[in-house]
Ligand binder design. Structure first.
Ligand code: TXA
Ligand code: MG
Length: 347
């Protein structure tokens, strides 16, 4: 979206609503966020209530370009400044030790804060208008807890339109990136090095090119109880209501024929040639194109009354890491579903 197309009156109204403690949904380049004044604990609590999210999960604080990091973070390693210079505004969230003035509600009671400066022009305009550009907007993805993140304003209206909890939804078109920001934990650099808590558009290799250290994969909290808690790292996140299964292209072709013969309805998300099915969406065969379209495709296929959403497994290469991570979580808990559908009589 070009900045000249921004509805400045809507931005100002949204900024005033945030200043008064209301919730405002807004577009970012990754997914839509459900925003509240990060320094207003009651407003942050309202996000948790609207999402149905547990209180101990921290939320990311969104900052305007050029906002002083030291207002939000207590200690800022030079690596954080270098990453901000390289990737902000953009789809990177950094976890840092939090400053004492950050409310507990934002950090889920942990001693860290997640900070990100988004690049979507509507998000930037909102962050500049809110508290004169000096505030922080706490915003998780604008979906109910555990559901697929929204990449269109309509997705947000579908989920929150009825209940009155969200005072405004700013429309900025389709989120360009389409999956949530990369999260890198820099809060324990000296002891743990940089840790990639959530893969995304900005790869571990791109981060390493800036700070000369490759972020490591997170250790399970069962193995390290002091590791940060991140709801985006729960196994069963980003799940539609219809069960989701992933198969490689050759297996999938065969499964489609067998499920059709068994009278089963399959909603298919794929990127190469496949036999006809009950419903199908073909996505671009590139990591960026696939990520951009993925969440809207999961929502659309969830609405097809199918027994199953089958996804053609993407390649395993580094640039596909974020997409594979989200698909694995969407499919979590559906092990054996294809087998089950083939072996039980169709209703
Ligand atoms: O792309 C994004 O990051 C989007 C847009 C709206 O900016 N936001 C987003 O927020 O995905 P959410 O809340 O759905 O996911 C944020 C993730 C969660 O897994 C949360 O636990 C983690 O960031 N997080 C936030 N603050 C943290 C902290 N202090 N320590 C560890 N993890 C944190
Ligand atoms: Mg989320």
């Amino acid at each position: 979206m070009a900045s000249e197309n921004i509805d400045q009156a809507a931005i100002e109204a949204a900024a005033r609503a945030l200043e008064q403690g209301a919730l405002v949904a807004f577009p970012t380049e990754t997914v839509y966020g459900l925003g509240a004044d990060a320094e207003n604990p009651a407003a942050v609590a309202a996000i948790y209530a609207a999402k149905g999210r547990p209180q101990d999960h921290p939320v990311i604080v969104h900052l305007a370009p050029g906002a002083p990091l030291d207002y939000w973070a207590a200690s800022i390693p030079h690596e954080a400044r270098a990453l901000a210079d390289a990737f902000w505004p953009g789809p990177l969230t950094m976890i840092l030790k939090r400053a004492p003035n950050i409310p507990d509600a934002v950090s889920g009671g942990q001693d860290t804060v997640g900070l990100r400066c988004p690049s979507h022009p509507v998000a930037i305009a909102l962050l500049r208008a809110f508290k004169g550009g000096k505030g922080g907007v706490a915003a998780p993805s604008a979906n109910k807890f555990g559901a697929v993140s929204p990449t269109l304003a309509q997705h947000v209206r579908d989920e929150f339109g009825q209940d009155g909890s969200v005072s405004m939804v700013l429309d900025g078109g389709a989120s360009m990136v389409g999956i949530e920001s990369t999260i890198v934990d820099l809060s324990r650099l000296a002891t743990h090095g940089p840790v990639l808590l959530r893969p995304g558009h900005i790869s571990a290799e791109a981060i390493a090119a800036v700070i000369d250290q490759l972020p490591s994969a997170p250790v399970a909290r069962s193995a390290d109880p002091t590791a940060p808690r991140a709801s985006g790292t729960l196994e069963s996140h980003y799940a539609p209501h219809t069960p989701v299964a992933m198969q490689d292209s050759a297996t999938l072709r065969q499964t489609l024929l067998e499920l059709a013969a068994a009278g089963r309805k399959v909603a298919l998300i794929h990127y190469s040639d496949m036999p006809p099915t009950h419903a199908a969406l073909r996505l671009p065969a590139t990591p960026d194109g696939f990520a951009h379209a993925l969440y809207a495709a999961l929502r659309a296929m969830d609405g097809q009354g199918a027994d199953l959403i089958l996804v053609e497994a993407p390649p395993q290469g580094g640039a596909w890491l974020g997409v594979n991570d989200r698909l694995r979580r969407a499919a979590h808990g559906s092990t054996g579903i294809v087998h089950g559908l083939l072996n039980q009589a169709a209703p």
